[in-house]
Ligand binder design. Structure first.
Ligand code: ADP
Ligand code: TYD
Length: 211
């Protein structure tokens, strides 16, 4: 049905996803391609409005259940308005976080809601990336990097180191659950080294002129 390539980046806060997603988009642009660089929560005007609701304010502002509904609503809008049209036009979509983040943050962080996450995903989203780059990272170093950024979007960072540790282990388990689409890359290295591995992992999915 779709002819483009859907790439997602996943990992804990501060692991370097946004940096690597940006670098990948620039590298593909330099090769004459027109990738779509996007992010979650967000990536469409409506979903960006939901982003402010879920990422700002007190950590206990929403329950995990309410959050799951908000993130899924944002994802549905993003899918309808940004991702599907770009894939249908044959573009490479580079998405900074997607449904695996919901499997982790809402499915695992405060009790076991994974069953709800998967049910809602099947019902309302039903799309997985062709390939998911997991940037694996030491949780303490990741949190240090994320905190150094100083933005208003710190709701999840405020859950602290324990959440980061749980999410790291959870992402590695998810990579084992979906070995077909996950590629795990060591993020505790220089940006250039990580970028090189990202390009190598993606080469089978990219046009021959780039790979
Ligand atoms: P994420 O999107 O996973 O939260 P970012 O890409 O925003 O991570 O990176 C978090 C911070 O760490 C940024 O200030 C970024 O410049 C820095 N950073 C990213 N990759 C590396 C790296 N390989 N080594 C050192 N610092 C990095
Ligand atoms: P993001 O902007 O990628 O933060 P960072 O650059 O620090 O990794 O994502 C913001 C937060 O949103 C992040 O802590 C994880 C959380 N999140 C969820 O809880 N569920 C989701 O479905 C998504 C996409 C993100």
């Amino acid at each position: 049905m779709t002819s483009g390539v859907f790439v997602s980046f996943e990992g804990i806060d501060g692991s370097g996803k946004s940096t690597q997603a940006r670098r990948l988009a620039s590298a593909l642009q330099a090769q004459g391609l027109t990738p779509v660089l996007t992010r979650e929560p967000g990536g469409s005007p409506g979903a960006e409005e939901i982003r402010a609701l879920v990422l700002q304010g007190d950590p206990d502002r929403w329950s995990a259940e309410t959050e799951l509904l908000l993130f899924t609503a944002a994802r549905r809008d993003h899918l309808e308005r940004t991702i599907r049209p770009a894939l249908a036009a044959g573009q490479i979509v580079i998405c900074d976080r997607f449904a695996d983040s919901t499997r982790m943050y809402q499915g695992l962080s405060r009790g076991d809601l994974r069953g709800h996450v998967d049910q809602l995903h099947r019902l309302m989203i039903g799309t997985e990336p062709d390939v998911t780059i997991l940037i694996d990272m030491d949780p303490e170093a990741g949190l240090r990097r994320a905190k150094a950024r100083q933005t208003a979007e710190e709701r999840f960072e405020d859950f602290g180191l324990e959440l980061q540790q749980k999410m790291r282990a959870g992402f590695l388990a998810l990579a084992q659950e979906f070995p077909g689409r996950f590629r795990v890359i060591d993020g505790n290295r220089s940006e250039d080294e990580v970028a090189q591995d990202v390009m190598q992992a993606l080469s089978p999915f990219l046009p021959e002129t780039v790979a």
